[in-house]
Design a protein around this ligand. Sequence first.
Ligand code: TXA
Ligand code: MG
Length: 296
Amino acid sequence: MSIVNIKEAVEILKKGQPVALPTETVYGLAAPIDNAEAIQKIFKIKRRPLSDPLIVHAANLEMALNCFKEPSEDLIKLAKIFWPGPLTLVYNKSDIISDTITADLNSVAVRIPANETFRQIINEVGGPLAAPSANFFKKVSPTNYEHILESLPNLDVVKGEVSNIGIESTIYEVSTQKILRPGHITHKDIESIINKEVTYSEKLNTPGSEVDHYQPESPVYVFEDPEKLKNFHSNYSELKLPNLAYKAQKILYSELRRLDKNNKPIHILYNPLWTTEDWLGVKNRLQKAATKWIKS
Ligand code: TXA
Ligand code: MG
């Protein structure tokens, strides 16, 4: 593996080899959407089943809208407000999107990342890049380049900023008005733009999402009661989450990765007062990471 600069990344991508790139949410493993072999390599490197569709990343609104078939007014409104940023929009795909990218669905997931380096690379490659998070399937997403050095040492990576959002983008399906994956942009944020009710169900799973996702090797226990947290195991690592959702989501993955090295159970306190919608993203990732959720 090596750290590559922007020019080198563009050359490698053009040759059909995936490259890990920084985004504001988590680092992605990118390949050009029109290179079928490169897209196949993403699945292979991640050990990801072909039934789990990829997110397409565009550099500007025109490029993003070209990925959809007749985008609706709501879609365009949301795109103009939230892009570049951590919102992925799902809608009918256009002919430029292959069935491998969408896992044979008729819809495609698209976003414009806020990270300027990523957008510059898209522009220089000359078209959209599909990019899932740059981690093994079901494991914890990377939020800095060192995470990639540690877990996928054979990859080429562009060293960029630490991902300041820290969890994956919100996924919103425009035609059903449903949040498929909660994130930094909330259903209220979306409702305020389209003036329609948006639903999110904690039980609803996006295609390819499994119950045991985002998991470190060490078992994760989430406690709602600090007393139970102290007495459950005699020897454990404790992940202390900040009391503000945006701060908690920013450190969540790097802390899980750091504590995982202790080879001890990881105990996390989830304060039952964290019920506001800004906590849904963190709560969702913890539910998926947790071996056990111990209520108060
Ligand atoms: O923040 C992010 O979204 C990051 C960065 C790299 O942009 N990417 C990311 O990709 O989290 P990934 O592959 O880890 O998650 C993609 C998920 C799929 O697992 C699936 O649940 C959903 O996006 N998805 C993709 N295409 C879809 C579609 N057509 N319909 C519904 N869900 C879709
Ligand atoms: Mg992922």
